[in-house]
Design a protein. Structure first.
Length: 710
């Protein structure tokens, strides 16, 4: 259902954008009425999707859901085609008007047919089951404040571990201490509490963290150590091979007393490939390693007998974690029937068998439920899982969390599946992708970014998403999801034909795909050419595979998130374009990208760090553009044009800091000016032009050399 809901959200957003635009000027009233009718029909279909019989079975069957999804996708294509035509040609042309009528007639007929089918299904099921038309959401038991991962219990284990790491057995040698246990038992959270312990901070000058996971990338792990832990990174890092990077890491750690957490390592081979990065300096440096495999933990540990095997939480510890997650720190239930709520809560805690992930997952569901019967229904669902093995039980509880999400949040949650396991994701990037995918509903006066941020905060509040890093002002910078949640994302997204992931062990190549997957994620360098029949709307190239194929670039493509890729032809319907290239002089083929929202363009060689990209004059016609990023950007004079939706610009050349250009980007909230010292004017008059940016909230001025006091 998430795929169908996402398709409806996207087409409704596109129709709304057209209805609110100036493009309808000159069209006949009948065309506007057709659009409004489409908007109403798709809105009704979306509401119908949320209905359930007896709280379990969806009112609309899966076959009909697929029909609705296909009609919505086709309708969005036609509406966007209409928008493009109205941009290029005047609406008073008879041929244009006739073309508009035909396009709208086509999608209207399809929408009417599928709406009639839904009505018939609703009538039948309401008679049989006395189903409600659609479920209404109850008011939440408490506010949607974010409850990040907390560590309940394990106090004795934490104390012993800190003492073991800071005092040890008296040996001055480098030692590895292992923490092992099943997925969801709390290994990562335990390791984080150790890393941030004050005693650890006092003893170890260098402290850091790397997450290995199953599909690890040695180069990326080395870059994390070099840049975030040792803080020795520079512009040449990306061009170095793994051997050179490993040498730099060893040099940076040599002579230092360090403490490194190596999280989520799956195999002995993986440890063998990274263990030599950490030199034994004879100064009691320590490594804390976590693994779900006891044998791996024993293999890596200096003293296998001293490895910590994570135990389940006690009943008291489980209860504390549960109530903390449901109610926050005050542990009090508001309203009547307090004793009954506590009885149900106790039953839930018992059936979670001391597994922190299960407890937090169920608590995340109950935190938004205020009725006793809703609590009892969730408790019954958890009780039915007690005979499953631990992994299956955890996975089913995770699925229970997913099934209780609102439809909008389901699609956003499944989108995490396009990233590899344990991948740390930039929140800015995630939000922009959600918007480009059409997953976000715009309501009221709020902007897309605000609505998307609230969705992410709600997912975090329900313990489905983990906050990885915050900025100094407390804003969430990066996030990720637990491996079990990732497994669920993959299963659900693939079952709904939302996502296809190409991995090294994939048995089906992309050219063999005939299903209309919405997202394709490339996580392997073993790929073949794309078939032009593939109708994916988004391509995520995570693992630096080098692409030159153009067959897949159909008009449906909305998102290209690619590394080491360059093509002379791009889909005109693109909303999000992120490209990394080694080309020194690139003529970006973006002149026809009328629907573009985000443009990110980087040149990889470090000596081109100040390479300036000259954007074509047509950039000023891209009215949907919201975010613009490059190492160096040159903009021509806009004339009278204004990019009214532009929110952020990073890499603007100093020579572009003119009154005319600032008036053309006057709605910008975040601006980064970047250039060599010689590119900045010798006087400060250009700074006065900043007054034309009335909405500016954040300003950075960057150069590799000392500029002057500002």
């Amino acid at each position: 259902m998430a795929a169908t809901y996402a398709a409806l959200t996207s087409v409704l957003g596109t129709i709304d954008k057209l209805l609110r635009s100036n493009l309808l000027v000159g069209l006949e009233e009948v065309h506007k009425q057709q659009l409004e009718s489409l908007d109403k029909m798709f809105g009704t279909l979306q509401v119908s999707l949320t209905g359930k019989c007896d709280g379990r079975e969806p009112i609309i069957n899966k076959g009909l859901q697929r029909r609705i999804k296909d009609v919505a996708l086709d309708a969005e294509d036609e509406v966007e085609s209409l928008m493009k035509q109205l941009i290029i040609e005047p609406a008073d042309d008879e041929q244009v008007l006739e073309c508009c009528r035909m396009k709208l007639d086509k999608v209207s007929q399809q929408a009417i047919q599928v709406t009639d089918s839904v009505k018939e299904e609703l009538i039948i099921k309401q008679k049989i089951n006395n189903c409600p038309e659609a479920e209404s959401s109850a008011s939440p038991l408490l506010d949607a404040s974010i409850r990040e991962n907390v560590m309940e219990g394990y106090n004795e284990e934490r104390g012993r571990m800190v003492q073991r790491l800071t005092r040890g057995s008296g040996s001055n040698r480098l030692e590895v201490v292992s923490v092992v246990g099943m997925p969801g038992i709390g290994k990562t959270t335990f390791a984080k509490t150790i890393l941030y312990d004050n005693s650890i901070k006092r003893v170890f000058r260098i402290r850091g963290w790397i997450t290995v996971s199953n599909n690890y990338d040695l180069k990326k792990l080395l870059l994390v150590l070099l840049r975030d832990v040792i803080r020795m990174g520079d512009g040449n890092d990306n061009t170095m091979d793994i051997g050179k990077l490993a040498e730099r890491v060893q040099q940076g750690l040599k002579g230092e007393k360090y403490f490194i957490v190596v999280d989520d390592i799956w195999s002995q081979k993986a440890w063998d490939r990274i263990s030599h990065w950490f030199p034994d300096c004879g100064n009691r440096s320590r490594i804390l390693l976590t693994s779900r495999d006891n044998k791996v933990g024993e293999y890596a540990a200096t003293n296998p007998n001293e490895s910590l095997v994570m135990r389940p939480l006690t009943q008291d510890e489980s209860r504390c974690l549960f109530y903390h997650k449901v109610f926050g720190e005050n542990y009090s239930i508001r309203g009547s029937d307090i004793d009954e709520f506590e009885k149900v809560g106790e039953k839930v805690v018992t059936n979670c068998k001391g597994l922190p992930l299960m407890i937090t997952a169920v608590a995340g569901i109950l935190s938004s439920k205020s009725k006793l019967d809703e609590w009892m229904e969730v408790a019954q669902s958890v009780s039915s899982l007690v005979n499953d093995d631990d992994y299956k039980q955890c996975l089913k509880v995770v699925a229970l969390s997913y099934n209780n999400l609102p439809s909008l949040m389901k699609a956003c949650f499944l989108h995490f599946g396009v990233f590899p396991k344990a991948h740390v994701i930039s929140v800015k990037k995630l939000i922009r992708l959600w918007i480009a995918e059409g997953l976000i509903n715009l309501k009221g006066v709020d902007e897309f970014e605000q609505v998307a941020a609230r969705v992410l905060h709600d997912l975090i509040g329900k313990s489905l998403v983990i906050v990885e890093k915050r900025s100094l002002d407390g804003q969430i910078k990066t996030c990720r999801i637990h491996d079990l949640f990732h497994d669920l994302c993959m299963m659900e997204a693939e079952s709904e034909n939302l996502l296809y992931v190409l991995r090294s062990d994939s048995t089906i190549m992309i050219s063999q795909l005939y299903t209309n997957f919405r997202w394709i994620s490339i996580q392997s360098e073993n790929y073949d050419t794309f078939s032009s029949s593939i109708k994916a709307r988004s391509l995520y190239n995570i693992n630096d595979a080098y692409f030159t194929q153009e067959g897949f670039l159909s008009k449906r493509v909305r998102v290209l998130d690619l590394e080491e890729y360059y093509t002379s032809r791009l889909s005109e319907g693109l909303r999000y374009l992120s490209v990394v290239t080694a080309e020194t002089c690139v003529d970006l083929p973006i002149t026809n990208l009328w629907n573009l929202q985000t443009l990110i363009f980087f040149v990889t060689p470090p000596y081109l760090i100040h390479e300036v990209v000259t954007l074509p004059e047509e950039i000023w016609q891209m009215s949907q553009l919201r975010h613009l990023y490059a190492r160096g950007i040159y903009l021509s004079s806009p004339g009278e044009k204004v990019l009214g939706n532009l929110q952020s610009v990073s890499g603007l050349s100093p020579c572009c800091c003119t009154k005319e250009i600032f008036e053309g980007i006057k709605k910008v909230k975040k601006l980064a000016i970047r250039g060599r010292k010689g590119e900045y004017p010798t006087d400060l008059k250009w700074i006065d032009n900043l007054k034309y940016l009335q909405h500016l909230e954040s300003l950075s001025i960057e150069t590799t050399e000392l500029l002057y006091d500002i």
